[in-house]
Ligand binder design. Structure first.
Ligand code: AMP
Ligand code: GLY
Length: 421
């Protein structure tokens, strides 16, 4: 099969790495990719948010299967247009991806399907939003109702922070949307991610993970896209997973189908767990980054069969074989991330790392410049390792991170702390 993966992060590198090991993959093309992906696949410099360009690429290269990694092409309708042109695609339509793109849509689905989640209200006008916040008090959660790459959410522990977040949202007023802000009750608990392959009402859970969203050790500092992750997440016990499928995932899939927007792809449920009960924080219409990296390491080559079965609607014939092990990923980012960073700094030592089914250095923002590997964005490398225990996986991932010579880079030193307590 000729396979095309869209994306350029460590998530897509890990998917490419897993897919490449499957004998069904005869040719692998990634757009736009990065320096690490270029070592294992052909690269195309296509604009992946432009439907026509992606379709032209898929036709030109005689692609049999397209895997969409990030949310932006889903939001742009790339999956719809590829499907209209007869391609087999992994990834939801624009209407179904709305579960991630629009917080108000997601909350509406939760209300219609009676899904346990935080109480909320939505506003398109600053005055009434402020009044509601004043009435509810802090802590409270303020969410811009558009795709903001993880930066549109403020968990406000006091009222001035909440008012500031509202003002910032209403100031960025170029968005001509019906709802501008979703305001939610603050939920306490431990967060974990649950990944389920779905097609219509068919589903197959493929694992749990825990992300580390804050930039600093001890979960301090601003939110990022994720500084590290591990899988499985012990807080999401088998019993809780069963309840989540029954009370959250299945009702969502039914409601999406009822609305004429059946969901096909991976549904990533961000959950808040307290007293053995889970409530939905958010949905994403794709794999998480960095959660994907440990998942791919644990699943390996079978990933391709699972993704094809998802797209074909054959999920009920699928079986997953799990190694009874753990995987952990440490993200190395450019100093300054999630704020301003310097591009073009030289990274040494990546070539010396060994690559195997138990340890991989997945690339995100990397580029080759005059024979050097240089940093090209905020998150740059994802050191991912497997072990019989989580502590073992953690030790190998950090050994990789420590061997890198890159003064302008940093990583958290406590990935996995909750599970290792
Ligand atoms: P979201 O983009 O909706 O996942 O929000 C980003 C992060 O904000 C989540 O991963 C949580 O850590 C936090 N968050 C979002 N909504 C809530 C909530 N209602 N209560 C507590 N924390 C929240
Ligand atoms: N790591 C969080 C996300 O991918 O949304």
């Amino acid at each position: 099969m000729n396979i095309l993966i869209l994306g350029s992060g460590a998530r897509e590198h890990s998917i490419a790495w897993a897919v490449k090991q499957n004998p069904k993959c005869s040719r692998l093309l990634v757009a736009p990719g990065n320096a690490g992906i270029a070592d294992i696949a052909e690269i195309s410099n296509t604009n992946i948010e432009n439907c026509d360009e992606v379709v032209a690429l898929a036709k030109r290269e005689k692609i049999d299967f397209v895997i969409i990694g990030p949310e932006a092409p889903l939001a742009a309708g790339v999956s719809d247009v590829l499907k209209h042109n007869g391609f087999l695609v992994f990834g939801p339509t624009q209407a179904a991806a709305n579960l991630e793109v629009s917080k108000s849509f997601m909350k509406e689905i939760c209300t219609s399907a009676n899904i346990p989640t935080a109480k909320y209200a939505k506003f398109n006008e600053l005055g009434s939003a402020r009044e509601y916040v004043e009435e509810q008090g802090a802590p409270i959660v303020i969410k811009a109702d558009w795709l903001a790459a993880g930066k549109g959410v403020t968990v406000a522990m006091d009222l001035p922070t909440a008012y500031q977040a509202l003002e910032d949202i209403f100031k960025s007023g170029s968005q001509n949307l019906e709802t501008k802000v979703v305001i939610e009750e603050f939920m306490e608990g431990e967060e974990a991610s649950f990944f389920v392959l779905c097609n219509g009402q068919k589903l197959l859970p493929i694992g749990t993970a825990q992300d580390h969203k804050r930039v600093g050790d001890g979960d301090t500092g601003p939110n990022t896209g994720g500084m590290g992750a591990y899988s499985p997440a012990p807080v999401l016990t088998g019993k809780i997973q069963d309840t989540v499928i029954r009370e959250i995932i299945k009702p969502t899939l039914r409601e999406m189908e009822r609305r004429g927007a059946p969901y096909q792809g991976v549904l990533y449920a961000g959950l808040m767990i307290k007293d053995e009960k889970a409530r939905l924080v958010e949905y994403n219409a794709r794999f998480g980054d960095p959660e994907c990296q440990p998942l791919m390491m644990r699943l390996g080559a079978q990933v391709l069969d699972l993704l094809i079965a998802t797209s074909n609607g054959d999920l009920d014939e699928c079986q997953i074989s799990w190694a009874d092990d753990h995987a952990l990923c440490v993200v190395m980012a450019s100093i300054g991330y999630p704020g301003k960073i310097k591009k073009g700094t030289i990274i040494k030592g990546v070539k010396n790392l060994s690559s195997s089914s138990s340890q991989m250095c997945f690339h995100a923002g990397t580029k080759k410049e005059a024979n050097n590997l240089v940093a090209n964005s905020g998150r740059v490398l994802s050191f991912t390792a497997r072990g019989e225990t989580l502590a073992e996986a953690q030790s190998v991932a950090y050994k990789m991170a420590k061997s890198i010579d890159w003064k302008e880079g940093f990583y958290r030193t406590d990935i996995g702390w909750r599970a290792l307590l």
